[in-house]
Each structure stands twice: as C-alpha cells, then as structure tokens.
Write a protein that binds this ligand. Sequence first.
Ligand code: GLO
Ligand code: MG
Length: 343
Amino acid sequence: MSQFKFSAGPWNMNDGVEAFGPAVREQRPFEEIVKLYKDLGFSAVQFHDDDAVPNMNDLTTEEIKAEARKVKAILDKYDMAAEFVAPRLWMDPRTTDGGYTSNSAEDYEFAMWRSFRSIDIANELGTNKIVLWLAREGTLCAESKNPVEKIHKLINSINAMLAYDKNIHVLIESKPNEPIDRSYCGTIGHVMAVSAASDDPSRVGAVLESAHAILAGLDPANEMAFALAMGKLGSVHLNDQNGCRYDQDKAFGVESLRNAFNQVKVLVENGYGKNGEYVGLDVKAMRTQKAEVAYKHLQNSMNICKMLEEKVAKFDYEYQAKCVAERDYEALEMYVIELLLKG
Ligand code: GLO
Ligand code: MG
C-alpha cells in the first residue's frame, strides 16, 4: 500500500512525435486519458492551461472559465482531482523569445494574460497550484538579454500572480536547458532564491523533476532534500534520464535504481504528501511502443515507486547507525545494494 497519491498530465500519453520524426500513435481523447489514469490508480491530473481550454486565446475570460467547468465535470465523473495548471509559454508565436523574460513588451503582456487565465482555470478546476516550467526563460544567444534585468522581471511576474489571487501558490519547475541553451532558473537553489525574493515566499515553492536535476549535473534526491529543508517542495516529477542527453523522461527508476531509491527515501522520511502533495510522474512512452500498450511507462513508474517504498520500509536504520558510528560506509553501501538486489 503506497503512502503516496499519484498524478500525471495528458502529455504523458503522447503520440511519439519528436524533432526527427512524426507521430507514430493516435493521440487519445482527453476523457479516455482521465479514465485510464483512474484505472491505473492515479488520483489527479496535471494540466497545461490549454490542456484544459484548448482554444483559450480566442475566448473571453468568462468563456474560458465556462470551458474549464466542463473539464471539472469530467474530473468529477471519474473522482479525479486537478493537481495544478501550468501556463504553456513555449508553443505560441508570442512566446518565441520566452514569456516573462521576452524582449518584446507585447509578448510579455501575452505571457501575463496566460498566467492570469491559468489562475482562473485553476480556480475552476479546484486547485490553488500554478506550475511554471520556465521553458524559454533564458537565452539561445547569451548577449540577447540583460540577465539581471530579466531575473527581476521574472520575480515581478510571479509577484503579479501572487497579487492577482491571494490564495494561489506558484511552484517553479527548474530545468537548466532545453529548449533554451541557458536557463535563468536552472536548479532548486535558483527556485529557492526566487521564492525568498518574492513578495510572499510562503506561496512560492518548487517542483523537482528527476531528469532536470540530472541534466544540471545534480542529484535528484538531494535537490528534493534542499526544497524539503526549506519547506518548499510542492510537487515532484519522477522520471529517469541516461546522463546529459536530451530530456528523456524515461520511466522512473529504469536507468538508476539507487538514485530512484534515494528519491523515494527522502520523500518518505520527510512525510511528503501529508500536506496534499502529489507524486507526479512526468514520463514518456518510448516511440517504439505500440498504441494499445503505450501506458506501461506510467504503470511501471508507479509500480517501481511502490516497490521502492517497500524497500525504504525495510531499510534498517539501526544497522545504518552502527555503520555510521564505525564510519564503515563501505559496509553501508553494500547493505543498500543488497537491499535493492535481494528480496
Ligand atoms: C519539460 C517539463 C514539462 C513540464 C510541464 C508542466 O521538460 O518537464 O513536461 O513538466 O510542462 O509544467
Ligand atoms: Mg516536468
């Protein structure tokens, strides 16, 4: 029995499209995905603003809210919650140069419009969490932006969201690169600094995605620990990553089991989830996967997480203390490997 509640986004059931080739599977309709997630044991769905209201750019605020209420009805039908809404500031032509840090004043206004509408959608879906994956907030050409000015702009944008809705919490999902070359907010440390500099640090926290930490050359469990130590780990995107390649979003634990174990361990030890936090799985099916079984990446990730919870429950803290007292970390390391490899 897991102590966690799990969530995933509709984008985690994808058609296999990538930079070098087209879709290889049909995109499943939204309601089918919600039903599938329910059947797989998920408790919540994560949303981009336009996952909930696809044609939102053409609608008024009231129309957007009305569309969001239809999505809420689908969630209710399957007894599923909405975890968060994330403004998608990387697809529209007006986000080519980023949103909050765009050099274009009109494009910046568009980014803020999408952010405020995301808050409206979140309220209709019954969540107070906004996630900012800062996809294009940084540079392709380092000299194209004034970094100090843009970082202030980013903080001011978050302050505007906090002021727009006194109940809303903003969670920043750090990522060091891709699709941009240099991100302004690449790690949990950056997120904590932005939080501290905001008008209400108690409402600005972090989402740690395992793959993003690895891309930054950092340890995902330690990144989680840092945010937990600050009381600011609002969500996680568990997945895996084979070194510093493109962002792979592999199933959780399939590349580095010990890393995955330590992520689950730090979450369990710190009571993650007790304040309603979800364990999000931001994983992608391999492009080779046939459509009918293109959900196994999610099922496997959840099962691996649960199996690792069982390993954490078996972890012998007395033996660990003995090894620590004797400073015999080789013995401790071997114990961990045996715990993972043996029954
Ligand atoms: C991409 C991110 C992306 C976000 C999603 C929600 O690298 O992981 O999938 O998690 O847009 O903010
Ligand atoms: Mg993610």
